[in-house]
Design a protein. Structure first.
Length: 123
């Protein structure tokens, strides 16, 4: 049992040396360059860090507006599916679905209009 333990320990030490050697050789030849950061849509002049931060803040605000519009769309769609299910159950009529659809479209138009206006005011 002792000889097996010593043989296993020797093999483990040899494997560790081989892995260390491969790591050292591989690390010296692999040099990955990081990608350049994308400039904001409203890029500032070189050296203007406040303008750069404002540009990135503008891009973040636009993405948040898109997320808000997506949430509004999904909410209207969920409401329409719920009304359709109620029609199948006999609790509502097709007129209710038309009213919910019309109000949903108006809500989406209003949300998109407000997001567009806010994006012009931000910067």
């Amino acid at each position: 049992m002792s000889n097996l333990y010593k043989a296993g320990k020797t093999k483990l030490a040899a494997a560790r040396i081989a892995i260390s050697t491969m790591t050292l050789l591989g690390a010296s030849t692999v040099q990955a360059a990081l990608p350049a950061t994308a400039a904001p849509t409203n890029a500032a002049a070189a050296g203007d860090y406040i303008g750069l931060i404002k540009g990135y803040a503008f891009d973040i605000a636009i993405v948040l507006g898109l997320i808000l519009g997506t949430i509004a769309f999904l909410t209207v769609a969920k409401n329409m599916v719920a009304v359709y299910a109620d029609i199948g159950a006999g609790k509502r009529t097709w007129g209710d679905m038309g009213m919910h659809g019309g109000m949903g479209v108006l809500l989406l138009v209003l949300v998109i209009y407000l997001i567009t206006e806010a994006s012009t005011v931000i910067f």
